[in-house]
Design a protein around this ligand. Structure first.
Ligand SMILES: CC(C)(COP(=O)(O)OP(=O)(O)OC[C@H]1O[C@@H](n2cnc3c(N)ncnc32)[C@H](O)[C@@H]1OP(=O)(O)O)[C@@H](O)C(=O)NCCC(=O)NCCS
Length: 243
């Protein structure tokens, strides 16, 4: 199983932001309380479908003390030098008691970090973790006018069932087929970052070393592109890679 309690994953967004993805921990309570306070009213409303002002102690226990089997949550933190990662997103699935092969989705990304691919990443990881636990269907409830969430779920929905009640849309869709080797995704993200001129860090090189075969294949593709269409910036990128 990949998504165990000690699952940790480092990802670099195409803008160079470094993220740490990991399972939620009981010690995250304060970060959750602060995170909610930092969300816009709109984002809070979209996530909780209510004007949520703060979490009660019982809610913080529920959100952070999960069993990892029937309730799991993956948090995304922005890595920063000399400090703990800053929490900027959470993806959560809670198995439904009356239908153990289905789970309810909750996902939120801090306003300043939306539209950078974090929501999609959290959705992919939480659904992959759910698949490992025998969850086959996802249920998501959202305001019917929540265009961001609808856009996010669009690619995942496949044959979804939909129902709207008093402005609340309920979507039910199958957990997508899982990519057996997600290192390919990781490398593609890295290559996109290189393509946009982001220098590779030693940590990223270690990440690639963990998946040598895929890394080699991906680097060959990248080098083939830079060799067939050379430009000054391409040469700089090759130097960055080799230095
Ligand atoms: C929904 C939410 C989690 C998306 O997170 P995000 O990090 O912005 O999403 P991503 O950057 O990964 O975008 C994924 C896709 O979502 C859609 N999307 C994201 N923001 C959008 C926006 N403002 N308008 C339209 N579509 C949007 C797009 O299809 C996007 O794909 P693209 O970038 O290839 O166009 C975020 O907007 C959020 O926290 N909203 C409030 C809470 C909420 O609504 N939760 C869902 C109900 S539980």
């Amino acid at each position: 199983m990949r998504y165990t309690n000690d699952y940790e994953e480092h990802r670099t967004l195409s803008d160079g932001t470094r993220l740490l993805l990991r399972m939620v921990r009981p010690s995250d309570k304060q970060a959750f309380a602060e995170g909610l306070a930092g969300l816009s009213e709109r984002t809070r409303y979209q996530r909780f479908m209510a004007p949520k002002k703060g979490f009660t102690d019982a809610e913080l226990v529920f959100l952070t003390e999960v069993d990892g089997e029937n309730h799991l949550a993956i948090v995304a933190g922005r890595e920063r030098p000399g400090a703990e990662p800053e929490g900027i997103g959470v993806g959560r699935l809670v198995r439904m008691e009356d239908d153990p092969e289905s789970a309810e989705l909750g996902i939120v990304v801090a306003d300043a970090w939306q539209r950078r691919g974090i929501g999609r990443l959290l959705l992919e990881r939480t659904t992959a973790a759910a698949a490992e636990r025998g969850i086959r269907r996802i249920r998501a409830q959202l305001m019917a006018d929540n265009g961001q969430a609808l856009g996010l779920l669009k690619g995942f929905r496949g044959d979804s069932e939909e129902q709207t009640d008093h402005g609340v849309l309920t979507l039910e869709f199958p957990v997508p087929e899982q990519n057996p080797d997600e290192s390919v995704d990781a490398l593609m993200g890295l290559i996109r970052a290189i393509g946009q001129g982001v220098a590779i860090t030693p940590e990223q090189i270690s990440e690639m070393a963990a998946h040598p075969v895929d890394s080699m294949l991906s680097m060959v593709t990248l080098l083939r592109q830079t060799v067939t269409s050379p430009s000054p910036s391409d040469n700089d990128r090759c130097r960055e890679w080799h230095s």
